[in-house]
Design a protein around this ligand. Structure first.
Ligand SMILES: [Zn+2]
Length: 245
């Protein structure tokens, strides 16, 4: 298996992130450091993804998380959760329902291909899951400790994290993670297309609702699932420059 080396990046005194890794479809993992609690943002794709994140925290003398918030159900954001010990996790009710459903999935090649045919899983993820998990018995799927319907605020001590479900094109269960004191928002994949159709799609109505919802948050720093840190200006330019159906 290919050796991957990623370095943790500082955003503010309280926020760090491990960048995404495109080849393996690893997502960005965020960290918010409060005086009382430390929250990981998305849980990564696998045990080795989580271990790399934890090793980077250690190398940088940073505290380990006792909390983890998930943005949505896709494997690269959630399959690391089972490898976090003593961590209380948060997800929307919709995400948690999908996680619990996935716990019953079989992982033969036939099972995987069938789910792509029925639209239960993404064709896009198939080669990446195969790369990350040559041995499918290593796939462990945990569900979140705490589920919420629409909004949840978590006080980490000196900094708060607001989790909010928002309509979008990518997946119906998506939430954003907003850190008001740091003027930072963690998007996961909410600003990307729906990857289920053969041609990825932005839906005009959902896309407009996403932009309207984002405008209500006051932020200047944007962390997202598969890009480096960007500004609010970069994000809105990106959102304006998509092809809608
Ligand atoms: Zn996704």
């Amino acid at each position: 298996m290919e050796k991957i080396e990623l370095k943790l990046i500082k955003v503010t005194d309280r926020i760090y992130y491990l960048p995404h890794y495109e080849k393996n479809d690893w997502c960005t993992i965020g960290l918010v450091i409060g005086d009382e609690h430390v929250m990981m943002l998305d849980s990564g794709a696998s045990r080795r993804h989580v271990e790399m994140f934890m090793q980077q925290l250690e190398e940088n003398g940073l505290p380990k998380p006792d909390l983890c918030a998930l943005t949505h159900w896709h494997w690269d954001h959630t399959y690391g959760l089972a490898h976090l010990q003593g961590v209380t996790s948060f997800a929307t009710k919709a995400t948690n329902g999908l996680l619990k459903n996935m716990q019953g999935w079989g992982w033969t090649d036939e099972d995987m291909k069938k789910r792509i045919e029925t639209g239960e899983d993404l064709a896009f993820s198939y080669p990446h899951i195969n790369d990350e998990y040559p041995d499918k018995s290593e796939i462990k799927i945990a569900s979140a400790t705490v589920e919420y319907a629409d909004t949840l605020t978590v006080d980490l001590g000196g900094v708060t994290v607001k989790l909010k479900a928002v309509e979008n094109s990518h997946s119906y269960d998506c939430a954003v993670i907003y850190i008001p004191e740091e003027k930072c928002i963690f998007l996961g994949d909410i600003h990307y297309e729906d990857l289920l159709p053969v041609q990825p799609v932005y839906y005009a109505d959902s896309h407009a609702k996403l932009i309207t919802a984002l405008r209500k948050f006051d932020f200047d720093k944007v962390l997202s699932g598969h890009q480096m840190l960007m500004s609010n200006v970069d994000l809105y330019a990106q959102l304006a420059d998509v092809k809608l159906v």
